[in-house]
Design a protein around this ligand. Sequence first.
Ligand code: SF4
Length: 297
Amino acid sequence: MKKVIMAAEEEAAKKAANEKKLQSMRNNLQKLENRANEILQHKESLTAAERRELLQILNISYHMTGKIQGIFSIDSWAGCAFCEKMRAAAENLILMICRYCYAAADSWKEAAWRRHKLNAIIFSNVLFTIEELQTLPLYAARMVRFNEDGDTVNQTMAQNYLRITRAFPAIRFGYFFKNAAAVEKGLHAEGIFTREQLPQNVRFIQSSVLIGFPAKPVWFADYVFTVFPDEKTTADAIAAGAWACNGRKCSDCGFHCYLSAERPAEPQNIAELLRCSKAMRAAVLQAYAAEKAKHAA
Ligand code: SF4
């Protein structure tokens, strides 16, 4: 009995310590968000010191484990207006990939989305110069992914991302996006109108919105990344020529989205398997079959 009481007390103490840590993280990140918003209130007349401060508030992550182990990421925020709109549209569409967004799920670490929110706020409001962006702590990076979480919020954010690729020409970038309209506006604003003008150190990866149905590629897409409903449909896509992403770590596939030597002349497909419960997979497969029949009709 005494042992049981001690274990319960230890458990309660652990929970209280965790809650304290969480609260302190919340307070710290909220302070940074408040400070960023305070500076941005007069975003048309920022001083050089304020612009530097905003750059210091930004979050850049290095991934020591997981799928993108060995890669840095500069993330947006799954709570941004674009992602919110996509998830609202997905409510009644079982095949829409935004319905399964891990970054918006409760289990996603609160600290991560709070940090990424800072990036979305700052990069979507202030256009930095290449010289300013050269101060970002990316000097040790070999590869960087844009948008492991969230999407390009607007043209300004796309321009900042593109300028980062120019600020660090030796780094290889994988620019993942669904918000093609914002990326395109950013490209045009940076004077890029043709595939030949695309920066050589970036590969543009367009994410398909519907599970099992590769998106129609936009002109600047190098890859079209599609999640398939089960192992068979994924294997069929790979047999038809898609690159096998398929749940692998990026290091196991040779960092295809970052290091491919040449920009493909035509956008190439990449196939990934949907990760979900058995019951969910059955429902997705049913919806996939119905959608396929509609396409065939
Ligand atoms: S195709 Fe390769 S590099 Fe691209 S996301 Fe998949 S595992 Fe990573």
